[in-house]
Design a protein. Structure first.
Length: 91
């Protein structure tokens, strides 16, 4: 993981902010990476899933739903092809 830790309160869209608060409370890590940020799952071994978080989504409600749906996939099974060798989700 690179970048600095961030707070869900830093996000400008209330729908995305609500999902981020729920996930961070559940143990996910939010870090400053990419265009705005990236979520790392709390799985042992460095996490199996990473989720990009857009800073200015065209449709914040859709972005929030997408983040929540991707978070519900965690943990990915060991044989899942979306699970990268380095520990992130390949999309």
């Amino acid at each position: 993981m690179v970048g600095r830790d961030m707070s869900p309160a830093d996000h400008q869209d209330k729908e995305v902010r609500a999902v981020l608060k729920r996930l961070v409370a559940a143990g996910w890590t939010l870090r400053k990476e990419g265009h705005w940020g990236r979520l790392y799952c709390p799985c042992a071994g460095g996490g199996c899933s990473t989720i990009p978080v857009p800073g200015t989504a065209k449709d914040p409600g859709r972005a929030a739903r997408r983040i929540g749906q991707r978070a519900n996939l965690c943990p990915l099974p060991e044989g899942d092809p979306r699970r990268a060798l380095s520990g992130g989700v390949v999309v």
